[in-house]
Design a protein around this ligand. Structure first.
Ligand code: ADP
Ligand code: ASP
Ligand code: MG
Length: 416
């Protein structure tokens, strides 16, 4: 007998038929003797609709009320799944974030989980074999008692945090793909499913654009050593062999991975914008004059490239920011023009960051150089480059995203 967390994303609970399918997956695990806590997302499209309503009602909305509205999507699916489970003879009870409680910081819209009380759930497993159905994505701020949400895709984080709190043996993430692929299978049909992936690699994949898992959920999994298994909810519950290993990907410690590839995955993000400042004085204090005001405006700068000065007195500087902060970043720099003293500002939002990830890069040189050559052969210009121990990222024109991802996918033999 094991203790399991089963998380179902938006497409897996999109209507009552799919919720019935989820209930049968839960029943399968209960019948096998396991204790189960289920975490659900809102029905697919629901959170987007709620967000749009908030914007429509008040463009500069109060984040506390935004959370009160957008958290409601998960309340509905949690209640509906509990009802459906009871209908097929399974003891079940729904839980909203404040009821457990799932205590969070008060950063409304992107709150962090601080504490979860799993005691009541464990008691109910023991006393009545009761399945807990928990609304994902939400929590409560301790001091104010206000509802909070964990940022888009946050149900993954709810699930992993609950798995840590109740010391679950495994956290199963059921979604619309049957695992983690070498790149987004919607872009590269030849992408392959990875049987295992290290936390660190998954963390990079997620933070560099692969939306399959929320970044914080992977961080939590790594810190608390939660075994996360990503699998499909569309597999028929009746077809799953209770003694076999279903298709899926295990996110686990590096030491569990026997055959380590040099490159394991490719991620991309179209949510990037580039700003180039021309003829900036090449002297101490200039970087501070540029990035200080951006930091004060709470704008995250990602890639930074400074050219070597040609004439010894001025240089060009390029950096990227999230596309959502593009206009703010541009005005911030324009306002600081007198202090910085540049001649021209060029900006582009039709850019993509493509990233190549693999723990094996630690011990292999020249991995990035191969990419530069392969992209050049396809006529793709690289606007900026950053590297770190287990990944490198390239900024290119957005129109070449698919071509670049496919080219790199074949180059590193991920198609095979
Ligand atoms: P859910 O609603 O279940 O949380 P998401 O839409 O958040 O599901 O995440 C699943 C999607 O992530 C897939 O449909 C897939 O298109 C996308 N995705 C992006 N990169 C990858 C990858 N490397 N492996 C698998 N899926 C990926
Ligand atoms: N429903 C929320 C969202 O769409 C949380 C989630 O699905 O994980 O972002
Ligand atoms: Mg998701």
């Amino acid at each position: 007998m094991a203790r399991l967390v089963m998380k179902f994303g938006g497409t897996s609970v999109a209507d009552i038929d799919r919720i019935r399918n989820v209930a049968r997956h839960v029943k399968r695990e209960v019948d096998a003797g396991h204790d189960v806590a289920v975490v659900v997302s809102a029905m697919s499209g629901k959170t987007n609709e709620l967000v749009a309503w908030c914007r429509d009602a008040a463009p500069l909305h109060d984040a506390r009320e935004y959370d009160a509205v957008v958290a409601s999507g998960e309340n509905i699916t949690a209640g509906l799944l509990a009802l459906t489970l009871e209908g097929i003879g399974i003891n079940a009870r729904s839980w909203q974030g404040w009821q457990l409680p799932i205590v969070t910081s008060n950063a409304h819209g992107s709150a962090r989980i601080l504490d979860i009380n799993g005691g009541e759930l464990i008691k109910r497993f023991k006393e009545r074999k009761e399945v807990a159905v928990i609304a994902g994505f939400q929590g409560v701020h301790k001091e104010t008692g206000r509802i909070t949400t964990l940022g888009r895709g946050g149900s993954d984080t709810s699930a992993v945090a609950i798995a840590a709190a109740i010391q679950a043996d495994r956290c199963d993430i059921y979604t619309d793909v049957d695992g983690i692929y070498t790149t987004d299978p919607r872009i590269v049909p030849r992408a392959r499913r990875m049987p295992k992936i290290a936390y660190e690699e998954m963390l990079e994949l997620a933070s560099l654009g692969a939306k399959v898992m929320q970044v914080r959920s992977v961080e939590l999994g790594m810190v608390h050593n939660v075994r996360i298994f990503v699998r499909s909810s569309f597999e028929k519950p009746e077809d799953i062999d209770p003694h076999g290993t279903p298709p899926g990907s295990l996110i686990c410690g590096e030491e569990e991975i026997v055959e380590q590839q040099v490159v394991t995955g490719i991620a991309f993000s179209k949510d990037e914008a580039q700003i180039s400042i021309r003829r900036v004085p090449d002297k101490p204090g200039v970087a501070a004059a540029i990035f200080g005001p951006l930091a004060e405006a709470n704008i995250n700068v990602d890639m930074i490239v400074q050219n070597v000065s040609e004439d010894g007195s001025t240089t060009d500087l390029t950096f990227t920011v999230p596309e959502t902060d593009f206009e703010r970043a541009r005005t911030t720099i324009e306002k600081a023009k007198a202090q910085i003293g540049y001649s021209r500002l060029d900006a582009a939002s039709d850019v993509t960051k493509v990233s190549v990830i693999g723990i094996g890069m630690r011990s292999h040189a020249g991995v990035a150089a191969q990419a530069f050559k392969a992209l050049a052969e396809k006529g793709i210009n690289i606007r900026a480059i950053t590297t770190s121990e287990i990944k490198f990222s390239l900024l290119i024109d957005e129109a070449y995203t698919e071509l670049a991802v496919r080219t790199l996918h074949s180059l590193y033999e991920l198609d095979k």
